[in-house]
Ligand binder design. Structure first.
Ligand code: FAE
Length: 551
């Protein structure tokens, strides 16, 4: 009996989610068409005070999107503030996003020139292009010893990332987050996150046959020659759609050099999943081009957030103060840490822990290319969506998980490219620079040495077994292994140190962190499934135990 009741409830929930989804997607689309920066479903919401919300969520990446949906479902009127724009309006070329090979102002966040990770080819400066400053979708935030790539816009990192949806190994998860019980994570929250995000796996028969994954098969064979194991990685890109792209029955996106500046089709980014469902609850309002600058506490215990609204030139058009009973920070490792650090160091939230700012790592990211023999072409046609990795994480002396990355140049390059995730024990700290009113990361290049050594140990083996060499021409100088940027910023507000084991910020009730800043610098695989699952766990606990939105 209970079982059939459960499934009836589940069916009703699913139907409801679908209806909400559709409503939410429609709200996003019509807002985009009208050029709105304030998006919501119900006129009723507009009738209420615009400067007070029971709950506010900062950011709209993974942690933020989970918070927004679960708050909305709980019937709590919620405002989401996102500094980037909504990516739903076609430009003059009829496309929302530009491709990697023909970048324009939509590519990067207020830059005069694109700053692609792979910056040269044969040492030639042929990849980056001059652009007009604009709130584009990808940012490269430069600190002295490390650049951090982040997504900007409704959906955060999901707009620009490769969609790789990997659940970490249970043993490494427990090692990194020992205070989190593994059973509920692996029984409930990881499966929930994967389902909600729409993770799927490339059909193996199609993978083996298609020219679009020649590059991955070549890299797999070369790894095998070195005795290394490869695995398929799930992804949120819709592989049915990709097959239709290849058949010529759907507009190409992954097969048209689109990814780090956004995918026009195929990718289930958060604006298509969690955020559409959140808006569909009718309780959630979204303000875009709205950057949270400061936060403090009012005498009645509510939080006061200072929000700057900018136009597309970056000019601040208004500065608003918004109050809320509960505040959820989902601005990512950099964004959330900076907000809390500023609040602590300016005296606005003096009780914040000394742990705020600490425990940062780039998930051991390094990138490298290998030069193949002419008889091993990697293909002029390459899908931008990675589906395979060399998995040597169980090598206790030198664990590496290396995603086989595309180099979708549209011509044969004979390059095998990899983003390697290594186990780097080094951590950095953010400090508050009062003159710049910004957080500065103290990571040094020397701290990247363990990652470089680990990647080199593995790829020296691959090169030896295949009589190949590294490429030295890809990263703007003569380095084989790029160690000065990362895609996976993690930490700064570590779970159980700067917060309790559920993301409640120490010293301040009603203040929560739900994003990648909770993870202590390393998780061994691409991180967004873990960020999403931890946020689901936090929201389940907080909505059950705390008086969310009460003030
Ligand atoms: P995140 O997604 O960064 O969202 C933070 C949001 O907050 C952004 O939209 C910001 O614009 C916004 N924001 C920041 N500060 C403020 C502020 N003060 N006021 C208002 N809004 C603000 O946070 N991970 C994978 O698992 N698989 C992949 O395939 C993968 N590929 C990647 C490829 C690239 C090129 C990049 C850059 C990243 C990739 N990642 C990948 C990493 C992944 O996208 C990242 O871990 C998550 O997006 C982090 O999620 P958070 O919720 O922490």
């Amino acid at each position: 009996m209970a079982r059939s009741g459960d499934s009836a409830h589940h069916a009703a929930m699913t139907a409801d989610l679908t209806r909400r989804h559709i409503l939410g997607l429609a709200a996003l689309q019509s807002a985009a068409a009208l050029g709105l920066t304030r998006i919501g479903l119900t006129p009723a919401a507009a009738a209420q005070r615009a400067d007070h919300f029971p709950a506010v969520v900062v950011g709209s990446g993974y942690g933020a999107a989970v918070a927004a949906l679960r708050l909305g479902e709980a019937g709590i009127r919620t405002l989401v503030v996102e500094m980037g724009r909504l990516w739903d309006t076609p430009g003059p070329d009829g496309r929302v996003h530009c491709s990697m090979t023909a970048p324009d102002q939509r590519s990067m966040w207020f830059k005069t020139r694109t700053e692609a990770p792979l910056s040269t080819f044969l040492w030639l400066d042929v990849i980056n292009k001059d652009i007009t400053p604009y709130p584009g979708v990808l940012d490269r935030v430069r600190f002295p010893g490390m650049s951090v790539y982040v997504g900007r816009g409704v959906g955060g990192g999901s707009l620009v990332n490769g969609g790789i949806a990997v659940t970490p190994s249970r043993s490494y998860f427990q090692q990194m987050l020992p205070q989190v019980a593994a059973d509920p994570m692996y029984d409930t929250y990881f499966p929930l996150a994967n389902r909600m995000l729409g993770a799927n796996t490339v059909p193996s028969a199609w993978f083996e046959a298609t020219e679009w994954y020649t590059y991955a098969r070549v890299a797999r064979d070369q790894a095998a020659r070195a005795g290394l194991k490869t695995v398929f990685m799930p992804n949120v890109y819709d592989f049915d759609y990709m097959r239709r792209e290849a058949d010529g029955t759907a507009t190409k996106s992954a097969l048209a050099q689109e990814v780090i500046y956004g995918n026009n089709f195929g990718k289930r980014s958060l604006d298509k999943t969690y955020l559409a469902a959140a808006l569909g609850t009718g309780q959630v309002t979204l303000h875009t081009l709205s950057r949270a600058r400061a936060l403090r506490r009012a005498p009645d215990g509510s939080y006061v957030l200072t929000v700057e609204r900018v136009d597309t030139t970056g000019t601040v058009v208004s500065t608003d103060e918004i109050t809320c009973g509960s505040l959820f920070l989902g601005a990512g490792s950099l964004g959330t840490t900076e907000l809390l650090l500023r609040a602590r160091e300016t005296g606005a939230l003096p009780e914040l822990s000394e742990e705020v700012g600490r425990g940062w790592g780039g998930n051991g990211n390094v990138m490298l290319g290998r030069a193949n023999h002419v008889w091993h072409p990697t293909g002029a046609r390459q899908s931008t969506i990675p589906v395979m990795a060399i998995d040597d994480w169980s090598n206790t002396a030198n664990p590496v998980f290396a995603e086989i990355a595309p180099l979708p140049a549209g011509l044969e390059t004979w390059v095998s490219l990899y983003l390697a995730i290594t186990r780097n024990p080094e951590r950095a700290t953010f400090t508050y620079d009062a003159a710049k009113d910004a957080a500065v990361l103290d990571w040094t290049r020397a701290q990247s040495a363990p990652s470089v050594a680990a990647a080199k140990a593995l790829f020296d083996r691959v090169n030896y077994a295949n009589a190949t060499i590294y490429r030295y021409d890809l990263f703007g100088d003569t380095r084989a292994i790029a160690d000065d940027f990362c895609y996976h910023p993690l930490g700064g507000c570590v779970l159980g140190r700067a917060t309790d084991p559920y993301g409640r910020v120490t010293g301040y009730d009603g203040l929560y962190v739900t994003d990648g800043s909770l993870i202590p610098g390393s998780i061994g695989v691409n991180p967004f499934v873990t960020i999403t699952a931890l946020a689901e766990r936090t929201m389940a606990r907080v909505l059950a135990e705390d008086r969310v939105g009460a003030r």
